[in-house]
Ligand binder design. Structure first.
Ligand SMILES: [Zn+2]
Ligand SMILES: [Zn+2]
Length: 544
């Protein structure tokens, strides 16, 4: 009988993240699961006779988990333009022009512009008219960090946005002095007006995107993710990919709620569309907690704060889900056990989420339900951290956002306040369960997904444009804590306790790293390669 390819003994220098046996020489794997860790002889003895032995180079660790990454959007991005790193409006427009010229006429020009006006040479955003000229009249839509968007005049017209169009609830159509839309659409509800006018992608499109994007994750050692905001068609795409054996990564997908629609109604609509919401423990695909967006972001100046945003006339940020809608989802998520993760960046949004969690906890204790504070980086207080911990609410942090949004925050708030944002040290000291992640897509350039890179950033607290200086060194964490965030911590957020560790019963997902991340300097980690990635006992990536 031919040996099962997912039955193997892996030997090498192995970090298990299992406190009982933190470092071992071998892992015994049967049918893609760990059956033993320990000495080479112990691992061999735990496997069927004649199980092959695979010696892996470097240092072996559990496969990395990103507890907040928009992989499906990243897949779509492989067929889109990304001008997030443009240095000027002129360069951005030139690249739109080139992209439009090399992609089929008639189709929309779609892509990403994770830009800040102050980072562009002209000190402003591109206008709708400029975008249209660059695309030779074809409709243009550029997504800004999954919150906002830029549209050309043709795209605005296709969306029916004219001088008299009212702002949607929770969003804003930016207008010039003459009342005409500038092309900037602030927050999801406004951006969705144009996105909704684009031809809808098909299941075949999404399956193709997933095939295209996964190698980028495996290359950096990520074997498991949480994709944190999925509509019905997107959930079905993942489930279909898993059924067809096309998911090499393990994915926890969060169904996207809508504060304007009662949760039971929303869930019924998803189920009617074909989403199996009961699929909570699948091997490669599972439904995670529901997701709501509660406020804007730190980079755009739209996160919900107690103090007004600097330079504004008493503007405290955007609340994108009503407080009543939030409470309704939270209580429902506790009652049904569905769980709820909430995008809450600013301290005031964190307060609203905590209140909702307390209401939910009166219905049922939240432990094990996957209630998650997502982002929570603009100055959560020690008291907030304690309340979240006492409520058994998980925390999904994204250190790469400190890097990419750091320069904008420094300009708005100064170095000292920016240094207190993304308080990883304080989160860990609070005793909360914290997962690491990127908030990237695997395709964009603005939030790098590579965990080894993030280990450097979390230890050094660096921001984009200034890799030499720490911003808020008091909130730095250690190498061991960094590794834990991207393994055991992220596994908790992914609702998958059998990941992130190499111990009997756990999935046999692991990485072979060029350096030992617990002994290397942060810079050595940052510059190291992932030599091999194994998922469910099979090698899915090898460095050349
Ligand atoms: Zn978010
Ligand atoms: Zn996100």
């Amino acid at each position: 009988m031919a040996p099962d390819p997912s039955t193997v003994v892996v030997t090498g220098e192995i970090i298990t993240m299992d406190p009982r046996r933190p470092r071992v020489d071998a892992v015994g794997i049967v049918d893609g699961r760990v059956v033993a860790t320990g000495s080479r002889d112990e691992a061999i003895a735990a496997c069927p006779s004649a199980t092959p032995v695979l010696e892996l180079p470097g240092t072996i660790a559990p496969g990395f988990i990103d507890s907040h990454v928009h992989m499906l959007w990243g897949g779509r991005g492989t067929e889109e333009i990304d001008v997030s790193d443009a240095a000027s409006v002129a360069e951005l427009l030139l690249r739109v022009r080139e992209f439009a010229a090399t992609h089929p006429a008639g189709a929309w020009v779609r892509g990403f512009a994770g830009i800040d006006a102050e980072s562009l040479a002209e000190g402003r955003f591109p206008t709708a008219t400029e975008l249209d000229e660059a695309a030779a009249g074809r409709p243009v839509f550029l997504d800004r960090r999954a919150h906002d968007g830029f549209a050309g005049t043709t795209a605005l017209a296709a969306a029916g946005i004219g001088p008299d169009t009212p702002d949607p609830p929770g969003g804003r159509i930016d207008r010039g002095p003459d009342g005409a839309a500038t092309g900037l659409l602030v927050e999801r509800p406004a951006a969705l007006m144009v996105e909704g006018a684009m031809p809808a992608p098909t299941l075949a499109d999404r399956l193709r995107w997933l095939r295209a994007i996964q190698p980028r994750f495996l290359t950096v050692g990520i074997t498991s993710i949480v994709d944190p905001a999925l509509d019905a068609a997107e959930l079905i795409s993942y489930a279909t990919a898993a059924q067809r054996g096309e998911l090499a990564l393990r994915v926890t997908g969060m169904p996207l709620g809508d504060g304007e629609v009662p949760p039971a109604e929303r869930a019924a609509a998803f189920a009617a569309a074909g989403v199996d919401l009961t699929d909570r423990d699948g091997e490669h695909w599972r439904i995670g907690p529901w997701k709501l967006f509660l406020d804007g972001g730190g980079s755009m100046g739209t996160a919900l704060l107690h103090e007004p945003w600097p330079g504004t006339d008493d503007y405290h940020g955007n609340q994108t889900t009503s407080t009543s809608g939030l409470h309704e989802y939270a209580v429902w998520a506790a009652e049904t056990g569905a769980g709820l993760g909430v995008h809450c960046v600013g301290e005031a949004a964190i307060d609203l989420f905590i209140d909702a969690c307390e209401a939910a906890a009166r219905v049922r204790p939240l432990k094990g339900l996957g209630f998650t504070a997502i982002h929570a980086y603009l100055w959560p207080t020690p008291a907030q951290m304690q309340r979240l911990r006492q409520l058994d609410v998980l925390v999904a942090t994204q250190a790469p956002l400190q890097w990419s949004f750091g320069p904008g925050l420094v300009r708005r708030f100064g170095v000292e306040a920016t240094g207190r944002a993304h308080p990883l040290r304080s989160w860990l000291d609070s005793g909360a369960i914290v997962g690491g992640g990127s908030d990237g897509t695997g395709n964009g350039i603005e939030a790098p997904i590579a965990p080894l890179w993030a280990f450097w950033q979390m230890q050094r607290r660096t921001i984009d444009g200034d890799p030499e200086h720490a911003v808020g060194p008091a909130e730095a964490i250690t190498a061991a804590e960094s590794l834990a965030l991207y393994t055991t911590g992220a596994a908790a957020v992914a609702m998958a306790p059998d990941r992130g560790r190499l111990a009997p019963g756990c999935v046999a997902d692991l990485v072979a790293l060029e350096v030992d991340p617990l002994r290397a300097s942060p810079e050595e980690s940052r510059d190291a390669r992932v030599l091999a990635t194994m998922a469910a006992g099979e090698i899915v990536h090898r460095a050349d």
